[in-house]
Design a protein around this ligand. Sequence first.
Ligand SMILES: Nc1nc2c(c(=O)[nH]1)N[C@H]1C(S)=C(S)[C@@H](COP(=O)(O)OP(=O)(O)OC[C@H]3O[C@@H](n4cnc5c(=O)[nH]c(N)nc54)[C@H](O)[C@@H]3O)O[C@H]1N2
Ligand SMILES: Nc1nc2c(c(=O)[nH]1)N[C@H]1C(S)=C(S)[C@@H](COP(=O)(O)OP(=O)(O)OC[C@H]3O[C@@H](n4cnc5c(=O)[nH]c(N)nc54)[C@H](O)[C@@H]3O)O[C@H]1N2
Ligand code: SF4
Ligand SMILES: [Mo]
Length: 897
Amino acid sequence: MVQTTCPYCGVGCGITAEVNQHTVTIKGDKTHPANFGRLCSKGAALADTLDLNDRLLYPELHHQRVSWETALTKVANEFKRIIREHGANAIAFYVSGQLLTEDYYVANKLMKGFLGTANIDTNSRLCMASSVAGHKRAFGSDTVSGCYEDLELADLVVLVGSNLAWCHPVLYQRLAAAKEQRPRLKIVVIDPRYTATSDIADLHLPIRSGTDVWLFNGLLNFLRTHDHLDYEFLEAHTHGAGAALKSARESAATIPQIAQLCGLTEMDVAEFYRLFAKTDKTVTVYSQGVNQSSAGTDKVNSIINCHLATGRIGKPGATPFSVTGQPNAMGGREVGALANQLVAHLDFKPEHLALVQQFWQSPVIAQQPGLKAVELYDAIVAGQIKAIWIMATNPVVSLPHADKVKQALGMCELVVVSDCVRYTDTTEFAHVLLPALAWGEKEGTVTNSERRISRQRAFLPVPGDAKPDWWIITEVARRLGFAETAFAYQSSADIFREYAALSGEQNKGTRDFDISGLANLSDADYQRLSPVQWPLKSPTEVGTTRLFSDYQFFTADNKAHLIAIMPRAPVHLPNRDYPFILNTGRTRDQWHTMTRTGKSARLLSHTSESYVEIHPQDAGLLRIQVGDLVTVSSELGQVVVRVKISDHQQPGNVFIPMHWNGQNSSQARVGALIPPVTDPISGQPEFKHTPVKVERYQPAWYGFLLSSTELDAPSNQETSAQPFSKITLHEVADYWVKVREVAGWRYELAGQRRIDWSLWVRQQLGTEDWLEFQDRAQGRYRCANIVNEQLNICLFIGAEARLTSRKPLMSLFGKTLDPVERLRLLTGEPNSAPAASGEVICACHAVGRETILAAIRQHGLVNYQQIGETLKAGTGCGSCIPELKALLIEAKGREVA
Ligand SMILES: Nc1nc2c(c(=O)[nH]1)N[C@H]1C(S)=C(S)[C@@H](COP(=O)(O)OP(=O)(O)OC[C@H]3O[C@@H](n4cnc5c(=O)[nH]c(N)nc54)[C@H](O)[C@@H]3O)O[C@H]1N2
Ligand SMILES: Nc1nc2c(c(=O)[nH]1)N[C@H]1C(S)=C(S)[C@@H](COP(=O)(O)OP(=O)(O)OC[C@H]3O[C@@H](n4cnc5c(=O)[nH]c(N)nc54)[C@H](O)[C@@H]3O)O[C@H]1N2
Ligand code: SF4
Ligand SMILES: [Mo]
């Protein structure tokens, strides 16, 4: 059994992995202080994602397999040439919070210290940059002072722009458990949508998108006018209170004004303000609804202002708390991989530059901050950047104005991509592809949202020629001629020790990030390292639970700074042409661009197609129904997605998940719609506020194709698939989505052109042997191919969106068909199938919505625990409990109706 850490979200759950011949068993690590044994649906399904199908296992040059020597020499020689011709600033690195700390450190060292350019930025620019900037303004350092226990100790937890139930599920479960034990703990959720998180909220404020600063400035003003300021704390430990209070007063003074601006009721605003004012033990958790905004940094400081004004920081159960998204988002900030930071929380100040250059013994050091993510790709288009090395991120999907990223990569002289997956929207553009070891194979450390450093450990053999990211970077560094000593690492432990020592260099308490206590770990100590929270200044310390308990901050005057903020509206507002506000974010069971979670049929069963969620009133006006297809477009681009109707949205707002991409769908890459509007201080994009229009998409036909094999598997992959390429899929269908199922593959299709299906299946699917049914008048076509008594492929085409349930058909794959099933196959109801179970709610035990509703009615179930006892739903990872509770309410509603 190996103890390691989950590779997904910033909660950083401990995992135990056990390999038994061909099976891997993943469990929550009961001894890990982040999760105490819990896992969410994504963590619990990790074993589904570990097979080597789809993996990038060998270096490639122009999509041909080459040796490491060839690939690395090519990268180094091209870098040398470009630097000679255009200077070091013509090179860029775009890295990721999914690298391990050791990989991240080495990439940053090579760029800033040896190539001498700061044109290295990370996808954390899209994620944490506004929090970093806000923390630095307030504290003089990028410090997350609180810890998870603070959520359990608090009497009030305010969740701002955070869908904790889906995005930090185990932390949410800890909070939910604390509330169940101690109902006095109040929870307020501030989010334009009613989310799964709102389920445990005592108060949900469906705030108008982008207006958080008004709300928190209003709160600050309320605290002043109702005499809740902690004047002693303000006087002794802060700076700037006068100006901050003045702008709070000027931005919107009264509750009616604030309620109107924020689209809330006066009663709700007043209730929130009263709760906050009277509760000393308050934790305010914030995430992408705050950070991903053109006023992201101001949103952060408007929240921190309220905590400073009440002295609620550095105390158990009282702190502002920015939760990190990626497994090593925090580690990336520590190693300084943002273009405007230096390593170990140092800045672009002369004394810090000297310190780092001295420590690294490097020939040069970047003197100025480099380009931020969005600017970086603009600079490629402008011809300033000639080479880019992308590691562990998929910018063609995840950046705003994503088609411009395509354009940039298409014209860049040298695109190097390090990934562990062969086919992504970004690897398509690579000249050089470098195969990285994946989770379970690689070794190193990550830091979670509460500053806890945990080990990721390998438990699987090295596949193909894949290598650790740090190794790939050091090999390029060597070929660039950099002193053998600077990159002579033999292991991730070597890198970690150097990094830990650097964090303590000339520190003496002047910088928050100090892990010099770990600088002398032996290889064995590093191997054994238990999860530990920084700072950790000496080997005898046990780590630091909470920072700022002494009210000493890292600003020049050692005081925390309140910032005077004037609210401002998002940059692009809805208008006549684009009347809706598009909000984007996450679904429960997918991780970002789906390169890993998209491999798990279990995880796809919760939501398998992209969608736009829209309020019933808007759907009525647009005459669209659940399951219809719609085009959602902005000034920059469009997607075609399925309709979901829900009053969890506000009228005028729509939500589309960020996950679907060019590998699994024809037109669902939502990044293509989002304008490259960024926060002026942090450079973080406004992902949650794009004006769009929604129009019904009316294809001539709808269809689905079920298959035991992957029909559009890329041609150079080892596969038994038929000669059926993605190009053909594009040619036949205007809309397609590809879904992994337990027993095969499902393709959802729709198109405008009339197709002779009978001819098409024979030409494309390469067999003559078809059971067929056709009704031309109705536009219906159905066929099936049976091989060795088993269903191999079936295709259903019709004029209506829903056609027939896919599940009974899908359940036939992998089993010998009996005569009745065979006969009834093309009816779409092959067996006297159990009543449709509906979309899967509990991914762990595969329990569907209709099954749950039926059980609630039949057995008179009244709480989710009873649902668990009856159906097992919700007894696995627990991620679906909010949805179970919603179904209990829905069932009750149906009864009444
Ligand atoms: N399942 C899953 N979990 C994940 C990830 C994943 O891909 N899948 N990714 C991880 C990563 S990297 C990150 S960064 C985190 C993100 O975690 P979260 O930030 O919790 O997730 P999001 O869905 O991006 O957005 C959070 C909420 O902000 C709300 N919001 C939008 N506009 C506003 C606004 O103007 N004001 C306020 N107050 N709220 C607003 C949205 O409606 C949304 O519900 O999740 C991490 N966890
Ligand atoms: N519309 C919209 N867009 C968004 C957001 C949003 O809310 N809305 N959120 C933004 C946020 S917060 C984030 S964090 C980003 C995330 O966006 P991305 O970082 O682009 O998303 P991932 O799919 O996690 O990409 C990680 C890539 O690294 C690969 N990989 C995994 N492990 C390793 C490894 O060990 N080594 C290497 N070399 N590669 C590896 C994976 O296969 C995958 O291709 O998206 C941002 N984009
Ligand atoms: S909450 Fe889920 S995704 Fe996040 S670290 Fe834990 S198991 Fe992984
Ligand atoms: Mo993120």
